[in-house]
Design a binder for this molecule. Sequence first.
Ligand code: NAP
Length: 256
Amino acid sequence: MSDVQNLFDLTGKVAIVTGGASGLGKYYSQALLDAGADVFVVSRSKKGWQGLQDFAAQRGRKVAFFTQDLTADGAANRVIREFKQTFPTLDILINNAGVQIRNDLVAYKDDDWQKVIDVNLNALYYLSHEAAKVMIEQKSGKIINIGSMQSFRAGKFIYPYAASKHGVIGLTKAYADALAPYGIQVNSLAPGYIDTDMTKALQEDDVRNTEILNHIPAGHWAKPSELVGTIVYLSSAASNYVTGATIPVDGGYLLR
Ligand code: NAP
């Protein structure tokens, strides 16, 4: 392997990926496995888990699953405790679990505001906090938070989603600053418009779909596979001098 290939190699590394067996998280887990890492997945249901196990087995990699609602009291503590029983080090945390609830402004329910903030921001904070304690002792680690185009722009109908994703960038910067002296990098990936279940309603809305496509210089919704290079980069030694950054992977959406 060349020196440059070595920079991206994750052999011997271990990652926690929240929501890592389904949706976009599955692609992140698969990319990390492909690059040589072992993966510990946390989510409420085992959707997609069998497929991820098969993928790991074909590559001789280890995966583990922990069923946990990340918004439950004490969840972050339990995740890290369980993780440590299986794996010796925590090299990478990918805070991917997220939810979106759409509604008109006046009709927006307090409960829905709370649900979205709890998953997208509070759970991300609590898990990062517990993971940081482990990484500070190791004096190494990578935390990757998943933002969104709504980390930068207004999110009509998805008010708590926009607030939480803006918050993700703020927390990324604050944690990056505090953890850099320990050799820990904290960055965010902000996906653009990706063809997934979460965006199905939007893609099926002809008016919005056309608006969105007209706004993307690259001219198409991204495939999930178009995000994974950035995940591997931010997880690997190739990004050791990059911290506090949010990388949009958006086909140029933010340029317009
Ligand atoms: P998805 O298909 O709905 O997947 C969300 C994942 O999060 C699932 O694995 C889900 O598993 C897990 N999750 C949700 N609530 C949880 C909870 N309380 N505790 C533990 N796990 C929980 O969504 P996605 O499209 O893959 O989105 C993943 C991330 O990318 C989110 O942060 C989202 O905001 C962001 N993003 C997506 C897009 C897009 O176009 N799809 C664009 C920009 C950003 P369980 O339901 O089993 O718990």
